[in-house]
Design a protein around this ligand. Structure first.
Ligand code: PNS
Length: 164
């Protein structure tokens, strides 16, 4: 069996920054499982199923799609990772501002299960300023996010945010 990493997140919605990170992770692992958290802190714009479907559609024509799985994440991340079984969590880092939250999560996950490690991968420079939150804010205010998210995601954002 090859190496497997779990890439967890809210993905509300997936952005090109997430896809960049996935591609980088696929250079290091044979398989990457994108785990879409069902319970996210803030009220998400899209349901977990919608978020999962958008990821699947965005990757449908991707040359590395056979090495990627997309799944829902219920409950604790470390329990999910162990159930695969995998032993690595992959997370992206954009700027120093991400670090504190990521550090806290990585150490809590280590406390919960010392067998599981978190690997941080730097996002490509092109995507350093992108987050799902800022993408939603731009669309809400009538801005264009073409090229920053997959085309299907841009359409769904327009549908959802222009018909509240
Ligand atoms: O994209 P996000 O919102 O930064 O991702 C956060 C996520 C989903 C990775 C985190 O909230 C998580 O792991 N949730 C699952 C529940 C869990 O295990 N929480 C404890 C993490 S320390």
């Amino acid at each position: 069996m090859g190496s497997i990493a779990v890439y967890p997140g809210s993905f509300d919605p997936i952005t090109n920054g997430h896809i960049d990170l996935l591609e980088r992770a696929l250079k290091m692992f044979d398989e990457v499982i994108i785990a879409v958290a069902v319970n996210v802190g803030k009220e998400p714009l899209f349901t977990a199923k919608e978020r999962l479907e958008m990821i699947k559609e965005s990757l449908a024509d991707h040359p590395l799609r056979d090495r990627v799985k997309v799944d829902l994440l219920h409950g604790l991340l470390v329990n999910y990772v162990q159930s695969i079984p995998a032993s690595t969590i992959v997370r992206g880092l954009r700027a120093v501002s991400d670090f504190e939250y990521e550090f806290q999560m990585a150490l809590m996950n280590r406390k919960l299960n010392a067998e599981i490690e978190t690997a941080f991968i730097m996002t490509g420079m092109r995507w350093i300023y992108i987050s799902s939150r800022i993408i939603k804010e731009v669309v809400r205010s009538g801005g264009d996010v073409a090229g920053l998210v997959p085309d299907g995601v841009a359409m769904k954002l327009l549908e959802r945010l222009s018909h509240p």
